[in-house]
Design a protein around this ligand. Structure first.
Ligand SMILES: Nc1ncnc2c1ncn2[C@@H]1O[C@H](COP(=O)(O)OP(=O)(O)OP(=O)(O)O)[C@@H](O)[C@H]1O
Ligand SMILES: [Mg+2]
Length: 311
């Protein structure tokens, strides 16, 4: 069958409300003033869809939305980049689209999330025939898909049997269990994209390099994100340390998802793992230059001038 999409993503969508310049200690019953505020497209799955499409990859996105203005605005941001949204579902009943409030305190941040519809999406909301028209399927935020989680091994199995390659970024497990269905999914994915903390928690190894070794024994290609140090990539027993692109970040919200976008866009062109990670780092660095995870990708002139510059 002719593949219509490069990447299909099923996942959560929400806006991020970002406040800057807050103190780390915030007493109750006091008005605490922020120095700046942004409302922008957030959520790991939607950030990846947006930024992949901005990079010229054809993307299809399935999500469950509430019938509310914030959800509509989030969807508009994906439409602006030409993401195929033909299979998006709206929740029945009164469940609203989720929202994240991010409180920035210099280098640290609080992330407060109301999951909303992201907890409600079920396997029946996914059109598998549609997903199967893609070359590749990606899943982010595994542990936020509360109603979908148990059915994901079946979805992955079917898509793999229909010839798709698969990638996974769990992001954090808010409950810290790192349990089912993670092991089953790791047996099936072609690419795993954790950060250092996640790799350590999943494997029980305190040393990130040992965690990478353990994961690389289970997954053909692992790209482990290491914040301002860039990324470590391993394929079989071959390992590459790929340094970050030096920048002065406004914030690092969505940097991991932007790394995934750069990495996957390059991998789909058949490039070597270190080349994929180098572009992943560059795309991640770009995302840190503007507030949130998608603002740097909205103006093609700004995006391309950074991505094409020599260093
Ligand atoms: N200070 C920085 N300077 C340059 N690049 C950075 C910086 N911080 C992060 N990056 C880039 O962003 C990538 C992802 O960062 P990080 O390790 O924080 O991932 P993450 O924790 O998965 O992010 P997210 O919070 O988006 O899920 C890094 O691999 C690196 O390329
Ligand atoms: Mg991440």
């Amino acid at each position: 069958m002719r593949k219509r999409l490069d990447v299909a993503i099923a996942g959560e969508i929400n806006l991020d409300l970002i406040l800057y310049g807050l103190p780390e200690k915030m007493p109750v019953e006091h008005e605490i003033l922020a120095s700046d505020f942004r409302l922008t497209l957030g959520s790991s799955s939607a950030i990846l869809a947006h930024n992949l499409a901005a990079l010229g990859v054809s993307v299809g996105f399935i999500t469950l939305l509430g019938k509310d203005a914030l959800g509509a605005m989030a969807l508009d941001r994906l439409a602006e980049k030409g993401v195929d949204l033909s299979k998006v579902k709206h929740a029945s009943g009164g469940v609203s689209t989720g929202v994240s409030v991010l409180l920035n305190h210099a280098s640290k941040r609080h992330i407060l999330t109301y999951p909303g519809t992201m907890f409600e999406m079920v396997v029946g909301d996914l059109d598998l025939d549609y997903l199967a028209t893609s070359r590749h399927f990606h899943l982010s935020s595994l542990f936020l898909h509360r109603a979908l989680k148990a059915h994901l091994p079946g979805v992955f199995r079917q898509l793999k049997a229909r010839g798709l390659t698969l990638s996974l970024d769990t992001n954090d497990d808010p409950e810290g269990h790192w349990g089912s269905p993670l092991d089953e999914l790791l047996e099936m994915v072609d690419i795993f994209l954790p950060n250092e903390d996640e790799a350590r928690q999943i494997t029980g190894e305190s040393d990130p390099e040992a965690a990478l070794t353990a994961l690389a024994a289970r997954v053909p290609l692992v790209a482990m994100k290491c914040g301002s140090r860039g990324a470590l990539v391993q394929k079989g027993t071959q390992r590459w340390a790929v340094p970050a692109t030096p920048v002065a970040p406004v914030d690092t919200i969505g940097a991991g998802d932007s790394f995934n976008a750069g990495f996957l866009a390059t991998w789909l062109r058949g490039e070597a793992p270190d080349v994929c990670a180098a572009f992943g780092n560059r795309v991640a660095a770009l995302s840190t230059l503007c507030p949130g995870g998608t603002e740097s990708f909205r103006d093609p002139g700004f995006m391309n001038s950074f991505l094409l510059r020599s260093q």
